[in-house]
Design a protein around this ligand. Structure first.
Ligand code: COA
Length: 196
């Protein structure tokens, strides 16, 4: 069965498959985000050293590689302004699993509920349209904003472990997971989500 990649409507945002491409203005915006040190720190990365031309030339293969191991979606406001990206990578088709990553590129939009809506919308798409069974992610223990957002979307804490990365040095990392059943339970019990 060919997966149904499509525009996905959330309550406050919509998600658009990155394979459909970006306008020049959107690419320039994404390039600016790739140079934002604070954003890249929380995303577990470092500012890109690429030129804009190199960024543009490699973006499709990075967003949606031909090996099928990653799918990425732009996060758009209702007025179609691109505000971030969400991805599922390390895709294991046999186990129907994948790892998730998300960011809002514009810092003034953090903490206003857009990330939780984008993540819930993406989870619904992955479980209901793309046939995933379980999903997981990793974040710094210190990234409490992200963790609160993920708990609202239905993720559960699985474990904490000490890790090393050149960017963050030794740090505590949190692993969170969600299953299709767990996600569906949340949809029927919105008061549980509100309490998390
Ligand atoms: C992580 C991210 C996608 C979450 O999206 P968001 O729109 O900011 O999150 P939401 O507003 O939906 O939820 C954030 C929660 O954290 C709380 N919060 C906001 N600012 C916070 C802060 N500085 N510290 C701790 N909690 C904070 C909010 O109150 C909210 O919780 P509540 O609803 O229980 O009150 C977004 O913040 C982001 O892009 N951050 C930078 C990149 C990043 O960290 N990516 C994740 C890597 S794993």
């Amino acid at each position: 069965m060919t997966p149904e990649y499509r525009l996905v409507e959330g309550e406050r945002v919509r998600l658009r498959p990155a394979i459909w491409g970006f306008t020049e203005e959107e690419l320039r915006r994404r390039y600016r985000w790739s140079l934002d040190d604070v954003l890249q720190y929380w995303s577990g990365s470092i500012p890109s050293g690429r030129s804009f031309a190199a960024f543009r030339d490699t973006i499709t293969e990075r967003d949606w590689p031909s090996d099928g191991k990653r799918v990425s979606y732009g996060i758009y406001m209702r007025d179609d302004e691109l505000i971030g990206m969400v991805s599922c990578y390390n895709i294991d088709r046999r186990r129907r699993s994948g790892e998730l990553g998300i960011y809002l590129g514009e810092r003034e939009l953090w903490g206003k509920g857009f990330g939780t809506d984008a993540m819930s919308t993406f989870l619904s798409h992955l479980f209901h349209d793309l046939d995933f069974d379980w999903l997981y992610l990793h974040t710094y223990e210190s990234n409490t904003r992200a963790q609160r957002s993920y708990l609202h979307a239905g993720f559960q804490m699985e474990e904490k472990r000490r890790r090393y990365s050149p960017r963050a040095g030794y740090h505590q990392e949190v692993r969170m997971t969600i299953t299709r059943d767990g996600f569906e339970e949340m949809q029927y019990l919105p008061e549980v989500a509100a309490a998390n």
